[in-house]
Each structure stands twice: as structure tokens, then as C-alpha cells.
Design a protein around this ligand. Structure first.
Ligand SMILES: [Zn+2]
Length: 719
């Protein structure tokens, strides 16, 4: 194909051919394009190819306004039986009038409606539906955002975003309006949160409207060298008249509104004099080399700033410089390197940089508008691995989450009530916490400390034990046969103190790891009160505290036994403490069956799913308990009557007392029995001795004359 295409445009400098697989687009003056077309028609049979004329079309832009040349083109088309129009769809992009482009975009959204409808189907598991929504449905507009001017895409993008949002709320069984009524979070804030990426504490449903300007800008900037090479006359003439230049400027101003230029004042690129924009100092250059070789600035790098900082500022510098600067950089680039235009700006990831800046601003704004509790929640949600359960593919049973569990987990992540009906309720514990003040109160309620919370703890221990065994460790649950430190050894061996022990002892070669698991909640009332600043801004702060407590508790035992004490502290929101992470890496290093990376992926998936499923259990069973209590509190209910009966009965001896009594009585009875038996034996013996003694053989007996007159001469009397 390549040679066919090349021969078609040979000797025609103004005719350009762009091919993607078997799709060929010819651009240029009419006579050259038609000549090239004729060459292909003629040469095709020698390549054993037939050109489908019915699939070919000519795009006649309205900008071609000269009547005469239009008529000529139409004539040429008719003779070749080619269709012509003032709009043309090529490679999924619509060329034509604004309304044609908008109709095309609307058509794409219409085609996607069915996909969203399927995701909302009741038979679709929630976990699968969410994965499909985020990974398949959401990116379906990204090609349009890269190829359609944002102004034209806006109505369709808005509709698409609305579809994504409503589908998400439908899948998760959430109603933003109902949630807003509880006054925990406004519907707007909730939607902003949902639209944030997972690593910034949201649900990863980034709106197309937000990315449209930077996507189109990045895409248009990347083709600049090709554009300049295709139209060499422009680089000498004034280029600001071109549509491309105007579009770039339009995108740039939209991006500035979104906050991409917010850091411009601080950026070094902007400090360089804007009045002289002849030759820009090619800011992209160093970053490109850096990226390619992955060698952080070896030659001539400024030693003053750290590599990370300089790399970041270079990456963003192309976003900061003016469109004119960008244009002349592209011009320099297209002149200096022939045929390597693919590399232009490809390594700078303009779109990603811009999106990151925008989202940084959105998050800062959201945090400023939020309460302390919700700021803390956002910080906790943005820790690494806190969202693993949302991205893991349910390829094995242990990675699966039930619909109810996943919905609960998402409510937990969004910081809303587990059940909307809880908005006016209080907990039954002595604190009487209202759930609107702390929607996740169940997760640290004292009422459930010994039951539901212990169950969650045990589930995490179990996962850890499984993982350790997979990695080849010997795991001992509740290890209690250690050497006691002196201070404890003297305690009675049934005492609580003497039997103090951590959750797991992991043995492998020379390693002795002493593990204690603890689940913390950064949005806990006491945590928010005692360290509001730290807990709301520092990731994993709550686990640091918990780990320190565990060290204080077990370090002495570990020292005496030469164990290495490792507190495994995780947050209810999924964050994994520093020492816990180290432990997982240690395990991964010992795994022989899997590579370290595979092991860690598996470990995080299992921990995340187990933790969030257990969290869901706490919310569900907690709610059940709450209901039970409420019913018992109602004076007309059966439970209340039962309680009254119990109270009245308590005046009499109760089963507990009865048992005691029975035991005491039975001792006396047994003793009496034994004594009686003894006496009987004594009497029987005495009877043998005295042959003439009277014996009461039977209590009841009548007229047994034969025995009365027995041959032995003994006289028996029957009574
Ligand atoms: Zn409570």
C-alpha cells in the first residue's frame, strides 16, 4: 500500500496523503487531488486491489467560495461518479459546518445510551457494572475530546457527563437529593467528589467537559510541525489568522479559566520576557531528552533544584508559554528534524499535566468548602491502595464483593450515611452519637467492640495469615508460648497480663515477625478532637498513632523473645500504614510462587476486599442491632412486655440461683443416701448374725404363709 500511495502523490508538492491502515485521505488543490486519485484508480489493479468508488467521498468546504472553482470540482466529481458534500466523516471525525459536527457528536452519545442502559440493568453485578462504567464507558468520549473543538463538543459532553453521573448513582443506589437532605454533604459537593480521580479521593469519574479544552489543545499542539510542513507558506506569513491558531487560543483561554494558568506567575517559563517572542528558549527540549533516556539531567543540569521539581516545571512550561511561543517552537522543530515529527510534545503529556492542575484546584476548592470531617475523609481516601477494591477485577471468589457490600463500601468512601433512614437517629451506646454528625460511627462504636469490630479485625488477621503462608512463612495464630519479660512473669499465669500476646507470629528462616493488627478510623471523634490539623492533612496519620501504641504494648515481649514487632495498622478507608507496607514487601520478597509485584497486587486486592466487606458487615449488622433496640424501646412491642415479665420474675429465684441450690442440695442428698446405704448394710450384717431378729423384708406383702413358716425357723412378719 505504501508504494501505491507514494507513487500517487509523487511530483505533487501541494498534495498531501495521510493513511491510517487502508484509509487514505488526500488533501490539496483540486487538480492535484483528482490527479492523485486517478493514478490510484489506474494502478490499483496491478496491486490486485479494487477501489470501492461508492466508499469514496469528496469534501468541499464552504470556505471554498469561488463559484467557478466549486463548479469545476463538482464537474470533476460527477465524471468520476464520486459523491461530494460540504461535510465528511473520516476516521471518526466530522469535517464540516458547526452544526454537522455537533450532530455527529450527538449521534455518538445516542449510540452510547444503550451501553449505559445495560450497566443500569438489575441483573448486572454492582462490582462489574462499576468497573465497566469507569474503564469502558467513560473513555468512549476521549477520542472526540481530542478531535472536536471544545466549544462544539460542549452540549454533547455535558449530556455524556450527566449520563455517567446518573448511571453511577443508579448503580450504587444513591440519591444525591436524599443525601443532601441529611446535611452531611450538599448534592453539588457530592458530585464534585465523585468526579475526582480515585487517587484524589473521588470515584474516578472524570467529566468530559473538564478535560475537553486541554485534550483538544494537546492534540492540536502535537500536530503543529505537520501542519507547518504541509503549509510552508504560513510560517513566513502571519499565522495568527489560521483557524488552528484561533482554536489553540480559544482552548488556552478556557484552560486558563479552569486554573491551568494559576501557577503561571510562579512558572519560570512565564518570567522570561513575554515582549520578545521571536525565538523561544525551547523549553520542551531538555525534558524530552530526560524522558527518553530516563536519565535525570546529567549534563549541564541546574544542581540547585531537585530533579523532581525541575522535571515537573519543564513539563508544565509548554502549557504556560503563549500560543505564539508554542507556534515558533514547532516551527523550529519542523525545520530542525525531518520526519521525526511524531516526537513533538509526545513526551510532555500536556493533557495529563493540564488535567492534574485542574483537578488539584478542584480538590483544594472542595477541601476549603468542606468540614473538618470531610477534609479528613478526602485525605484518607487519597492514600495509596484505599481504592483497590474499586479497581480489582473479580477474577476469583476472594476478589468479589457482594452488591450490598460494595454499595456500603462506596457510601463509606463518600462519607454518607449507610442508610438514608438514619438521618434522624442516634446510636444506642452511651454517647448517643447522632449519625448525621458521624455517619461512620458504627465503625468505632463501643457497643460493637467485642463483636463486629473484633470480627473485622479477625478477618484482616486471617488474610494476613493466608498471605504469609502463601509466601512460605509458618504462621502461628494467637502465639502464647513465648518467654515472658520479668515484670510479667511474676503475674499469675491465668491473669490477663500474663497472657498478653499479639495476633500472629510469622517464622521464616531466621526471621521472627511478631504481628499485631489494628484497624483505625481517622474520622473518629477522638482523633478529630485531639489532632485536627494533622489528621486532616497528613495521610495515614491515624495509623502512626496506632502503631506507636502497639509498640508500647509489645516491644518488651518482642525484645525478650528476639521477635521483630510489626504493628499492622490499616485505616477503615483502606490506607495501609508504613510498617504494614514494609511487612507486605518483606512477604513479597520471600514469595517463590509469584513475583514480588504479583504478590503485592494480590495482597492489596485481598486486604482491600476483606476490609471493605467487613466494614459493610459492621454497617449492616449495626443497623440491625439498632432496629432491634428501637423495637425493644417501644412500650407496646413484644420485647418490652418480655422485659417487664423478666423484671417481675427477677424477684423469685432465677435459674442461676436455682442451679446453685440444686448443686448444694444434691450434695446433701447424696451424703444422706450414702449414709442410709451404709446403715442398711450394717443392719443386714447384723441380721445374719442374729437369726431370730425380725426383718422387714418387704414394705408390702400379703399372706406369704410358706415363707413365714420357713424351714429355717426364722419368723418373718409381713407388714
Ligand atoms: Zn455507638
Amino acid at each position: 500500500m505504501q508504494s501505491l500511495y507514494e507513487s500517487a502523490i509523487a511530483g505533487m508538492p501541494d498534495c498531501h496523503a495521510v493513511s491510517v491502515q487502508d484509509d487514505l485521505t488526500l488533501v490539496g488543490p483540486a487538480e492535484q487531488v483528482f490527479a492523485a486519485y486517478d493514478r490510484i484508480v489506474t494502478a490499483a489493479p496491478s496491486y490486485h486491489l479494487t477501489l470501492r468508488v461508492d466508499k469514496c467521498a469528496v469534501y468541499l468546504p464552504d470556505s471554498l467560495s469561488e463559484e467557478l472553482s466549486r463548479a469545476e470540482v463538482v464537474d470533476e466529481c460527477t465524471t468520476r461518479q464520486l459523491a461530494y458534500s460540504n461535510s465528511l466523516e473520516t476516521l471518526g471525525v466530522m469535517l464540516g459546518t458547526d452544526s454537522d459536527v455537533q450532530t455527529h457528536c450527538e449521534g455518538r452519545i445516542n449510540a452510547l445510551e444503550q451501553c449505559f442502559k445495560t450497566l443500569r440493568h438489575a441483573a448486572m453485578p454492582v462490582q462489574v457494572a462499576f468497573l465497566l462504567l469507569r474503564s469502558c464507558a467513560l473513555p468512549s468520549l476521549s477520542f472526540l475530546t481530542r478531535t472536536t473543538p471544545p466549544e462544539l463538543l460542549r452540549p454533547s459532553a455535558h449530556r455524556f457527563d450527566e449520563l455517567v453521573r446518573t448511571t453511577f448513582f443508579h448503580i450504587m443506589g444513591l440519591s444525591p437529593d436524599r443525601i443532601a437532605k441529611s446535611r452531611i454533604v450538599s448534592a453539588e459537593q457530592l458530585q464534585t467528589m465523585v468526579a475526582l480521580p480515585l487517587k484524589r479521593g473521588g470515584m474516578g469519574l472524570r467529566p468530559a467537559e473538564r478535560i475537553a479544552p486541554s485534550a483538544y489543545f494537546a492534540s492540536a499542539a502535537a500536530i503543529l510541525p505537520d501542519f507547518l510542513r504541509a503549509f510552508p507558506a504560513l510560517s513566513n506569513r502571519t499565522y495568527s489568522d489560521t483557524e488552528l491558531h484561533q482554536q489553540l487560543e480559544a482552548c488556552r483561554s478556557l484552560m486558563r479559566e479552569q486554573g491551568v494558568a494559576a501557577k503561571a506567575a510562579a512558572s519560570p517559563a512565564d518570567e522570561t520576557d513575554p515582549s520578545t517572542d521571536e525565538v523561544p528558549q525551547a523549553p520542551a527540549r531538555p525534558s524530552k531528552y530526560q524522558k527518553r533516556g530516563r536519565k535525570p539531567a546529567v549534563a549541564g543540569a541546574a544542581p540547585s533544584s531537585s530533579p523532581a521539581v525541575s522535571a515537573a516545571s519543564e513539563e508544565t512550561s509548554m502549557l504556560m508559554c503563549s500560543v505564539n511561543q508554542l507556534w515558533s517552537t514547532a516551527a523550529t522543530f519542523s525545520r530542525s528534524k525531518n520526519g521525526d515529527s511524531a516526537a513533538f510534545l509526545q513526551f510532555d503529556k500536556l493533557q495529563r499535566c493540564a488535567t492534574q492542575m485542574i483537578e488539584e484546584k478542584v480538590l483544594t476548592q472542595l477541601k476549603n468548602d468542606s468540614t473538618l470531617r470531610r477534609r479528613t475523609l478526602l485525605t484518607a481516601n487519597s492514600t495509596l491502595h484505599s481504592s483497590t477494591y474499586l479497581t480489582v477485577l473479580p477474577t476469583q471468589p476472594l476478589y468479589r464483593m457482594s452488591n450490598a457490600s460494595l454499595r456500603m463500601a462506596v457510601r463509606h468512601r463518600l462519607g454518607v450515611l449507610p442508610y438514608d433512614s438514619m438521618e434522624r437517629q442516634q446510636c444506642m451506646c452511651h454517647l448517643h452519637t447522632s449519625f448525621t454528625s458521624d455517619p461512620d460511627h458504627f465503625h468505632s462504636c463501643v457497643k460493637f467492640k467485642r463483636t463486629l469490630l473484633t470480627q473485622r479485625h479477625n478477618n484482616v488477621v486471617q488474610v494476613l495469615q493466608d498471605l504469609a503462608v502463601t509466601a512460605g512463612f509458618t504462621a502461628i495464630r494467637e502465639p502464647n508460648s513465648h518467654v515472658r519479660p520479668e515484670a510479667i512473669a511474676s503475674a499469675a499465669n491465668l491473669s490477663k497480663e500474663y497472657n498478653h500476646h499479639a495476633d500472629l507470629l510469622l517464622l521464616r528462616h531466621g526471621l521472627k515477625l511478631y504481628i499485631d493488627v489494628t484497624v483505625t478510623r481517622p474520622t473518629n471523634e477522638s482523633m478529630l478532637r485531639s489532632a485536627p490539623q494533622s489528621v486532616s492533612t497528613i495521610q495515614l496519620y491515624s495509623t502512626r498513632r496506632a502503631a506507636a501504641n502497639k509498640h508500647a504494648k509489645y516491644d518488651e515481649i518482642a525484645r525478650v523473645n528476639e521477635y521483630r514487632m510489626v504493628p499492622f495498622a490499616v485505616e477503615t478507608y483502606g490506607g495501609i500504614g508504613a510498617e504494614a507496607t514494609t511487612l507486605l514487601h518483606t512477604m513479597a520478597a520471600h514469595s517463590k510462587e509469584y513475583s514480588a509485584a504479583q504478590f503485592l497486587t494480590h495482597a492489596h486486592a485481598r486486604l482491600s476486599v476483606a476490609l471493605q466487606s467487613s466494614n459493610a458487615d459492621i454497617a449492616q449488622l449495626g443497623m440491625e442491632q439498632l432496629h432491634l433496640r428501637q423495637h425493644a424501646g417501644n412500650p407496646n412491642q413484644f420485647d418490652a412486655c418480655q422485659r417487664e415479665r423478666d423484671r417481675r420474675n427477677s424477684q423469685y429465684s432465677q435459674p442461676a440461683n436455682g442451679n446453685q441450690l440444686q448443686r448444694r442440695v444434691s450434695l446433701i442428698v447424696q451424703a444422706a443416701d450414702a449414709k442410709a446405704a451404709e446403715r442398711e448394710e450394717e443392719e443386714a450384717a447384723a441380721a445374719d448374725e442374729s437369726a431370730l431378729a425380725f426383718l422387714h423384708e418387704r414394705r408390702v406383702g400379703f399372706a406369704d404363709v410358706r415363707r413365714i413358716l420357713s424351714p429355717s425357723g426364722t419368723v418373718h412378719i409381713s407388714a
